[in-house]
Design a protein around this ligand. Structure first.
Ligand SMILES: [Zn+2]
Length: 247
């Protein structure tokens, strides 16, 4: 079982590890900061460096309880080799910002518009985040209003708290999972990882986040699409000229 460094320190950009297995172009490590695709957040990319040879990490996938690093070429790499891993930080940091933004936007819907509908899915990209809703009354105006509230919370510098709780406590907290598969998953877990936006929202989550909402910067509503009477799609992007505010 791999040690998931990305869960312990979401800001880890480089790390040392030992190769445990190589199969074709895939490599497994004893510890990794590379995030594998999951929970709407794409995988990291980057490099593994062994001595003077650099191996490009082009994909990272969950592999049972393990993490498989897909390399452009694994020629010359073998089990037992010491490597230094480096993730493409700019892209990963964008994923973290959009992931936290998604939780804030959705948290506002849950806290203030729960009677109107709920989110049904989302996808994080390096330059935007897409959120789908089953929410008949959601239109561009209401989406903009929720986004204004999202930007206010971003500006307030709310803490993002990541912690683990036992299943019983998770069930007592209620509403940690927003979908039926999520609720079923909580029943099966002994330990539940929770991502909390201070004073707004708590969700079961395996993804990576910024630790202070101000790191996100200001967001724009880059697209609103009505895909039917219930199905609405919202897309958020970093506002032009918006730089992150140092914390
Ligand atoms: Zn999430």
């Amino acid at each position: 079982m791999v040690e998931r460094l990305y869960l312990k320190d979401m800001y880890m950009k480089e790390f040392d590890a030992t190769v445990t297995k190589v199969d074709g172009t895939r490599a497994w490590l004893d510890r990794t900061a590379f995030y594998p695709t999951g929970g709407g957040q794409p995988n990291d990319t980057g490099r593994l460096v062994s001595g003077s040879i650099e191996f490009d990490v082009v994909d990272v996938r969950k592999d049972g309880g393990d993490v498989a690093h897909v390399l452009r070429s694994a020629d010359g790499l073998k089990a037992g080799d010491a490597v230094r891993g480096a993730i493409d930080w700019e892209k990963r940091y964008a994923y973290m910002k959009y992931h936290t933004a998604l939780h804030i936007f959705d948290g506002i819907v849950v806290a203030r518009h729960a009677n109107a509908g709920f989110s049904t899915g989302s996808q994080i990209y390096a330059d935007r985040v897409r959120i789908d809703f089953d929410m008949p009354e959601l239109n561009r105006e209401l989406a903009q209003e929720i986004l204004n509230q999202t930007n206010m919370i971003i500006d307030e510098g709310r803490r993002i708290i990541v912690r683990e709780v036992g299943r019983d406590e998770a069930l007592r907290m209620g509403n940690l999972a927003r979908t039926e598969p999520g609720r079923e998953l909580i029943m099966k877990l002994d330990i539940v990882r929770i991502v909390e936006i201070e004073g707004l929202d708590a969700q079961m989550d395996g993804g990576l986040h910024v630790l202070n909402s101000r790191e996100i910067g200001r967001l724009d509503l880059s697209a609103f699409t009505s895909k039917g009477s219930h199905s609405k799609r919202v897309e958020l992007r970093m506002a032009q000229g918006s730089d992150e505010i140092p914390v």
